[in-house]
Design a protein around this ligand. Structure first.
Ligand code: NIG
Ligand code: FE
Length: 418
C-alpha cells in the first residue's frame, strides 16, 4: 500500500479538471472544465474540494496541509497510460535496424524474431531482473506525469513465465507510486509447437493458466493479439468469451495490421477497449460507438512501424470515446514518452489539444474501467495530479517532444519534483 497525504494546491493559472466519471465521447472530448485561479484540496490521498482559490481558502486552513503554490502553472489530473507491455526481458535494437532497412514487423515475427525474441529473453530473466527494469520504466513514466499504467503479460506464453510477469507487475504496483492495472495476454503470439494449432494453445491458456490468474487475482483484464497469422477472430472470440465467464474484463489488439473485423468483435463482446485500430472499418467503428467500447489509439506504434495512423478524427466525429496510450514495448514501440504521443496525435492525427488531454486522462481511465476513480480532478477521486511548468495545457504539444511536467502528486503525496 502506498502512502497517502494531505495537500492543498492553490493559485493554479488553469485548473484543468477534465471533470467526469465516465469516458467522454465525440464532441464532449473537447470539454476540459477549466477553473481559472483554481485550487484543489486532497485529504488522505483523496480529492476533498475543487474550486476557485479564494473560495477554498475560506474553508480550508493552509497550516493543515502541505501547500503547493501553482501560480502561473497549469494543473491537470495525472495521465493514464492505458496500454503498455512494460515488463519484459532483453531488447530488440537489432530488429529496429532491420526495420529501417526495409524488413516488416510481421516478417521478423514470422522468422521467429519479434515478440518471440522477447519471449526467450523474458524466460531467461529472473524475477528480480524483471522487477528492476520494470521499476526503472515506471520511474520514467512518472517523470512524464503518468500516475496509472496498464501492463500486459504475453512475453511468457507458458505457464511459468506468464505468471512470473504478472507477479512482477503486482510487486511493481506495491513498490512504486504509479498504480499498475494488470492484463493477462497469454494470447500474444504463437510458439513454434503450436503453429497451425492455435486453438489448442487457446485451450491450454483457458484450462491451465487463466484459472491460476483469476484465483490469485493477478490480472483484471484479458487481451489477445487478434491479427492475421496470429489469433483469428474465432480463436479470439473463444478466448475472450471464456475470459468473461471467468470474471476478466476484456480488451483486444484489433485491426492493427490487417482488417480482420477486430473492432466488430470488440463491440460484440462488450470489450472495455479495442486498441490500435489502424485498419478498423467504418462499420466496426460504428459498432464500437454503439457498444461503448473505448477506441485506444497508439500513435507511437504507427509512427515506429511507419504505418498510417488510426483515424482518430473520423472516430471522434462519429462519436467514439478515444483514448491515447504509448504501447511501450520492446518491439513495435519502445517509448514511454507522453510528449511524443501528444505531438503525433495533434500534428498527425487531426486531434485538438483538448481532445488529446481528454484521451490521456478521463478516457485513459475509462479504457481501464476506472473513470469513476481516476482521470479527472473531481471530489472523491484519487489525489493524482500533475503541475506543469507553464500556465496552460496548450503548452503540452506545443513544446514538441519535451515534458512540461514539473511536479507529480500521487495519492496526495509529492512524488516527483524537478
Ligand atoms: O501492441 N501487436 C502486438 N503486440 C505489441 C507489440 C509487442 C512486441 O512487438 O513486442 C503491440 O504492438
Ligand atoms: Fe500492445
Amino acid at each position: 500500500m502506498m502512502k497517502k497525504g494531505n495537500i492543498l494546491i492553490k493559485n493554479a493559472a488553469e485548473l484543468v479538471t477534465c471533470s467526469g466519471f465516465k469516458g467522454k465521447k465525440g464532441k464532449s472530448m473537447s470539454d476540459l472544465h477549466i477553473i481559472s485561479n483554481g485550487a484543489v484540496v486532497i485529504e488522505e490521498g483523496v480529492i476533498k474540494a475543487v474550486g476557485k482559490t479564494e473560495e477554498l481558502l475560506k474553508q480550508y486552513k493552509e497550516e493543515d496541509y502541505k501547500v503547493i503554490d501553482a501560480s502561473n502553472k497549469a494543473v491537470l489530473p495525472g495521465f493514464v497510460d492505458s496500454h503498455t507491455h512494460f515488463v519484459f526481458g532483453g531488447y530488440r535494437a537489432e530488429e529496429f535496424s532491420w526495420r529501417l532497412r526495409g524488413d516488416s514487423y510481421m516478417s521478423i515475427m514470422e522468422r521467429g524474431g519479434g515478440i518471440l525474441s522477447s519471449v526467450r529473453a523474458t524466460a531467461e530473466a529472473s524475477k528480480e531482473e524483471l522487477l528492476k527494469s520494470a521499476i526503472k520504466r515506471l520511474d520514467s513514466m512518472l517523470s512524464f506525469g503518468v500516475t496509472t499504467v496498464e501492463g500486459k503479460s504475453g512475453y511468457g506464453l507458458d505457464y511459468e513465465t506468464e505468471i512470473k510477469q504478472l507477479e512482477v507487475m503486482k510487486e511493481a504496483d506495491n513498490h512504486h507510486p504509479v498504480d499498475v492495472v494488470s492484463t493477462f495476454m497469454g494470447a500474444h503470439a504463437v510458439l513454434k509447437d503450436y503453429k497451425g494449432r492455435e486453438g489448442a494453445f487457446i485451450d491450454f491458456l483457458i484450462e491451465k493458466v487463466m484459472p491460476e490468474v483469476t484465483e490469485r487475482k493477478l490480472a483484471e483484464f484479458c487481451d489477445v493479439f487478434c491479427e492475421k497469422n496470429v489469433f483469428s477472430i474465432e480463436d479470439s472470440r473463444k478466448l475472450l468469451t471464456k475470459a468473461k465467464e471467468m470474471g476478466f474484463k476484456v480488451k483486444l489488439h484489433a485491426d492493427e495490421i490487417v482488417q480482420l473485423g477486430g473492432a466488430e468483435l470488440a463491440a460484440e463482446l462488450g470489450a472495455v477497449s479495442a486498441d490500435h485500430l489502424l485498419q478498423a472499418s467504418d462499420q466496426g467503428i460504428k459498432e464500437m460507438e454503439k457498444a461503448g467500447v473505448v477506441a485506444t489509439l497508439l500513435p507511437g506504434t504507427a509512427f515506429s512501424l511507419k504505418e498510417d495512423f488510426a483515424r482518430a478524427r473520423y472516430m471522434i466525429d462519429n462519436n467514439c470515446a478515444v483514448a491515447l496510450a504509448t504501447d511501450l514495448n520492446p518491439g513495435s514501440c519502445f517509448t514511454e514518452s507522453i510528449p511524443l504521443i501528444f505531438a503525433l496525435a495533434t500534428l498527425y492525427m487531426g486531434m485538438t489539444t483538448e481532445e488529446a488531454v481528454t484521451a490521456l486522462t478521463i478516457n485513459g481511465a475509462a479504457a481501464v474501467d476506472k473513470a469513476d476513480k481516476i482521470g479527472s480532478i473531481d471530489i472523491g477521486k484519487k489525489g493524482d495530479i500533475i503541475i506543469l511548468e507553464f500556465p496552460s495545457y496548450k503548452y503540452i504539444p506545443y513544446h514538441i517532444g519535451v515534458s512540461t511536467v514539473e511536479k507529480v502528486v500521487k495519492n496526495g503525496i509529492l512524488v516527483y519534483n524537478r
